[in-house]
Design a protein around this ligand. Structure first.
Ligand SMILES: O=C(O)[C@H](O)[C@@H](O)[C@H](O)[C@H](O)COP(=O)(O)O
Length: 320
């Protein structure tokens, strides 16, 4: 089969059965954040939930800090808490949607996102999620062999997928024997077949496939999937999956879901960490009216959009 559900790869089969790692106690690193008053602040006053003062200093808190910007759903957390909160968010949706429709279609981007999924592979989520109902897709993939260091599949498999009991046949990867055009066409054909067989829903609003949950990272330039700022692919509105041969970030050849497919999702979580992304986060969350929008600003799902940020990524939103 050209479009393979691949498990022929580097992670040893035994690793699927390894007991989950013992979770580390959470470090009390998150400080109480004050709204920035020196520039236009679109966020309502910060709410802090479940936090408690550290020692005698009333301005230092452990736990999580929540912000709500207009209607935007944003959580600012320490990296460790981010992984905990993201796992709960994914598990809640998995449990609810699996109960409702008997399956859960999940789209993953790669990069640093994968390491923040680690808590899903630990109790209680490891045992409470019905992994057999997961159908997993990659929002973009580099056109390299699946065992290549640049392969998104390899990253996702080694970092997450091989640690949870998702059936081999439910993970959809590119045909790495094909050039970029062919790999994109075959991936789209597979999505169309899965829509026909009701594995993937179709959005009645857009006519594009409607995944239950899309988990996205964002580059420092504001790119999502392999949709880069100013690139003509951002305007693609017919294809479901397309290709790029001049990616500004290596490797140059990739396939990617198009924006209408991403935006047809029922739920999207943007998971962004690091101070190097603070400018793009600021633009994406606070500059609704900019003319030349960043790809991340164009992410607007039919359902819910939630941002998970660490303090570094949120540092232009608030004065720390
Ligand atoms: O293939 C890719 O390059 C990824 O899918 C890409 O879209 C990634 O998600 C972002 O670049 C963020 O990556 P980081 O979180 O590692 O910065």
């Amino acid at each position: 089969m050209a479009f393979s559900a691949a498990f022929s790869l580097s992670c040893t089969p035994q690793s699927r059965l390894l007991p989950a790692q013992k979770s580390q106690p959470l470090a009390p690193t998150t400080s109480f954040l004050k709204p920035q008053v020196t520039k236009k602040v679109l966020c309502s006053p910060l709410r802090h939930e479940g936090v408690s003062p550290i020692g005698k200093n009333p301005n230092r808190f452990s736990g999580r800090v929540k912000a709500s910007m207009d209607n935007k759903n944003v959580e600012v957390l320490s990296k460790e808490h981010l992984a905990v909160s993201l796992a709960k968010y994914v598990a809640d949706r998995s449990n609810k949607i699996t109960k409702e429709k008997g399956s859960f279609t999940v789209v993953l981007s790669c990069g640093s996102l994968i390491k923040y999924l680690k808590k899903l592979a630990e109790p209680p989520h490891l045992n409470s999620i019905d992994w057999s109902k997961w159908q997993v897709f990659l929002v973009d993939e580099r056109v390299v062999p699946k065992d290549h260091i640049d392969s998104n599949y390899k990253l996702a498999y080694d970092g997450f997928l091989c640690k949870v009991p998702i059936p081999n046949g439910n993970i959809y990867t590119i045909d790495d024997a094909l050039p970029a055009e062919g790999a994109a066409d075959v991936y789209e054909t597979t999505l169309r077949r899965l829509v026909k067989s009701n594995v993937i829903a179709l959005s009645s609003a857009s006519g594009f496939p409607k995944f239950d949950l899309t988990l996205l990272g964002m580059g420092a330039d504001g790119h999502v999937a392999s949709l880069f700022p100013g690139h003509p692919l951002l305007k693609e509105n017919q294809k479901w999956v397309t290709f790029i041969k001049d990616s500004p970030e290596p490797p140059p050849q990739r396939i990617t879901f198009t924006l209408p497919v991403i935006n047809s999702s029922s739920n999207i979580a943007m998971v962004v960490t690091g101070a190097g992304k603070a400018d793009a986060v600021y633009t994406a969350l606070e500059k609704d009216d900019s003319y030349d929008k960043l790809p991340a600003q164009l992410v607007s799902p039919e359902g819910e959009l939630k941002w998970f940020l660490d303090k570094g990524a949120a540092s232009k939103l608030y004065k720390l």
